[in-house]
Design a protein around this ligand. Structure first.
Ligand code: HEM
Length: 388
């Protein structure tokens, strides 16, 4: 059996990524459920098996995220029913489609401000000039973080270091700083509520119960972390896919109505999240393999999205692909709370970028690096365009 060409967590060149797709292909065919003895993780590659794992929360527990430490542990994403149900119902009350649709004018304004800052230059970095600040500003606004605090907010989002130990350390101190900040903000909003998510979360009730202070705090930090890095990569990956497939880019410029199916195809083809964790609560059989209880299972959603049993000609980038039931936002009870917001941001920002930045090109010869992990992170993507 071929070993995975790369470690699960590491930094690679963008050109190396197709090797991982070839590895997925081989694993789906010959070794769809296997235990990696080095990491002691069970890895799962086929669409139907990944779907079964995400559907069956009674045997595949999300408590696996507790083992990862950091912001995911002790949050909504790491809970099973009944705790998950309670938290999710409360969150759903505040995170309504109405609350999200309400943001569309602001998403347009923020995108225009970002484009105005670079349009005369004829070059920019898609990541730092658009893809990073847009979702960060939108989440700040959604949560009700005052505009003048944008700077510290930006700093938290940039917890980044090549060395894992210092990353963990700075991550922990950032988390303490974030908790502190949100504790004060919550207190203020309780005294004088406003029309923002923090105010509605602090009063939302299910069966007469409200979110506890630690639950509220971990939800705010989860939103920041889960909503920002992922949406940043959706926008960056969109520009990677469209500059790699120029005929699709031209079609989208001329037929913007194709944007919703194109966004789904970008999510399938180069997803921001590559795998999800679960932990077996009992012995299970999956694709003829016996997985004992208490094992950590890594479900490769990025491989499921390329499974030919589900997606005809999966290596083809097809902006009109339908149906396209990819697993980029997960599936089942943990299906991404922020999916409507991420889709809204992409649906507004991408047409504005394509319409306003004529002759958008990637800068040749600049190495593009990817930090692989749960989230697939492109650090920088320089582009040129016609200034105006
Ligand atoms: C393109 C952007 C995004 C992608 C690809 C993405 C992906 C995902 C995935 C795959 C899950 C499921 C995790 C699991 O089952 O273990 C998830 C859950 C979640 N996402 Fe997103 N996400 C995105 C944007 C957002 C945004 C914008 C927010 C919030 C502002 C958000 C908040 C959450 C939360 C709170 C959960 C946990 C839901 C639960 O456990 O019930 N995400 N996301």
């Amino acid at each position: 059996m071929q070993q995975r060409p790369f470690a699960l967590f590491g930094t690679y060149a963008l050109e190396e990524i197709p090797q991982t797709f070839s590895w997925f292909e081989e694993m789906r065919e010959h070794n769809p459920v296997f235990k990696d003895e080095r990491t002691r993780l069970w890895q799962v590659f086929r669409y139907e098996d990944v779907l079964a794992i995400l559907t069956d929360y009674s045997r595949f527990s999300s408590q696996a995220y507790e083992l990862t430490g950091g912001f995911l542990s002790n949050s909504l994403i790491a809970k099973d029913p009944p705790d998950h149900r309670k938290l999710r119902n409360l969150v759903n009350q505040a995170f309504t489609p109405r609350a999200v649709a309400h943001l569309s004018d602001r998403v347009t304004e923020i995108t225009q401000e970002l484009l105005d800052a670079v349009r005369h230059k004829g070059s920019m970095d898609i990541v730092s000039d658009i893809a990073f600040p847009l979702p960060a500003k939108v989440i700040a606004e959604l949560l009700g973080v005052p505009a003048e605090d944008w700077d510290i907010f930006q700093r938290w989002a940039r917890v980044d270091s090549s060395d894992a130990a210092s990353r963990r350390e700075s991550g922990q101190s950032m988390q303490a700083e974030m908790f502190n900040y949100f504790t004060n903000l919550l207190e203020e909003r309780r005294r004088s509520p406003r029309e923002d998510l923090i105010s509605s979360l602090s009063v939302a009730e299910v069966d007469g119960e409200r979110l506890s202070e630690p639950e509220l705090l971990s939800f705010c930090t989860l939103l920041l972390a889960a909503g920002q890095e992922t949406t940043k990569n959706l926008i960056t990956n969109a520009i990677v896919c469209l500059t790699d497939h120029r005929e699709s880019m031209e079609r989208l410029i001329n037929e913007p109505a194709l944007m919703p199916t194109a966004i789904e195809e970008i999510l399938r083809f180069l997803p921001p999240v590559w795998f999800l964790f679960r932990q077996t609560k009992a012995d299970v059989e999956l694709a003829g393999q016996h997985i004992p209880a208490n094992q950590v299972v890594l479900a490769w959603t990025a491989s499921a999205n390329r499974d030919p049993a589900r997606f005809p000609d999966p290596a083809r980038f097809d902006i009109e692909r339908e149906p396209n039931r990819h697993l980029a936002f997960g599936h089942g009870i943990h299906f991404c709370v922020g999916a409507p917001l991420a889709r809204l941001e992409a649906k507004i920002a991408l047409p504005m970028i394509l319409q306003q930045l004529k002759n958008l090109q990637r800068v040749e010869g600049v190495p593009i690096t990817v930090r692989a992990g749960i989230v697939f992170v492109i650090g920088s993507l320089p582009v040129t365009f016609q200034p105006y």
